[in-house]
Design a protein around this ligand. Sequence first.
Ligand SMILES: Cc1cc2nc3c(=O)[nH]c(=O)nc-3n(C[C@H](O)[C@H](O)[C@H](O)COP(=O)(O)OP(=O)(O)OC[C@H]3O[C@@H](n4cnc5c(N)ncnc54)[C@H](O)[C@@H]3O)c2cc1C
Length: 380
Amino acid sequence: MRRTIFTDEHELFRESAAEFCRRHVVPNLDRWRQEHWIGREVWLEAGRQDFIGLAMPSEYGGAGLADFRFNQVLGEELAAASLAVNSALCLGVDVIAPYLLELTSEEQKQRYLPDFCAGRLITAIGMTEPQAGSDLAGLRTRAVRDGDGWILNGAKTFITNGTNADLVVVAARTGEGRKDVSVFLLEGSAEGFSRGRKLEKVGQHEADTGELFFDDVRLPSWSLLGEEDRGFAYMLERLPQERLSVAVANVAHAAAALGETIAYAGQRHAFGQAIGGFQHNRFLLAERQTEIDATRAFVDQCVAAHVRGELSAVDAAKAKWWSAEVQNRVLDSCVQLHGGYGYMDEYPVARAWADGRVSKIWGGTNEIMKDLIGRSLGLG
Ligand SMILES: Cc1cc2nc3c(=O)[nH]c(=O)nc-3n(C[C@H](O)[C@H](O)[C@H](O)COP(=O)(O)OP(=O)(O)OC[C@H]3O[C@@H](n4cnc5c(N)ncnc54)[C@H](O)[C@@H]3O)c2cc1C
């Protein structure tokens, strides 16, 4: 089905994003997986091509393309190449950029945006803690007033880009109320800020997922983002875009694996015929293709709503959980249709399957998405 939300400009942009992946991502993937690290050069190249500061104004080095369809196109191409690289880069482009653009003073913009847009600043966001993930209001990291600044103590875990981040958006408790949380910009070199081990995951081995520790870290007055104690609202306001970004990646990632599997099913023979020719497998592929197409149509409509400024938190939650469900179902079928090869790490579908499992967990679990949707139905 022809997708109707893009203009020629978006399609041209897709060619550049696809070329970027072909030249700067795909050839490096095996090495990055072995090294357990995505090379900093990919951020710099993405910066040179204006991808990181997509929505940032040109006076700060951005591309001035404040239209989420460009983010979507970039996210789709990156996810088709590698979900880990998508999450590492799109975390900056889709998740951190709105904090840096919308909640910063002119002084903060001058200090960070040019380097961010140029890809010189790897960024991360620290919400999750060892004792508080889904229940974000239960976070324990605390920033206490000290002169005109704050002293930060606590810990974060599962942080994407955590061990290499130059700048971290940190959520910390600043008051006594359950939702008295503020968000701060923490520079990587700050005294008392240390990184724990880089976490070993079941997939996305190239991605940098780490622990952060804050031991009497002094935060200067200008490190506060927006207003004190408003952090919880700031995070909630920005979660729909984060979840939409994840939904975009989920669909593109699954579609790429399914494309490979359809080709494989056409050339792998058993019992004298291509395995894709068995009715069971043809039906299976037909079901998965339909699920992808229908999900993509919904996600496209969510993107169109977001561009109009109308995307609700509930629709973003629907897009996020449903796309993760479909993605995982597709990836499981892809592995199955590859037989034993589908379980071999050297096969892209095997990696995609392991890489994609986290989609039902990060950015808010599927259960939390359904809880949000269920409440919108007046239940609970
Ligand atoms: C690879 C990876 C990268 C990540 N990157 C980041 C990052 O960059 N920044 C960041 O801040 N966080 C990040 N996270 C953390 C992620 O967002 C959390 O893991 C997620 O929100 C779940 O929190 P939790 O792990 O504490 O699970 P818990 O909250 O302990 O949940 C455990 C289980 O209980 C279920 N559950 C909890 N509450 C309810 C409820 N009310 N109803 C029904 N079921 C419930 C959950 O759905 C889940 O199945 C990342 C995680 C991973 C794995």
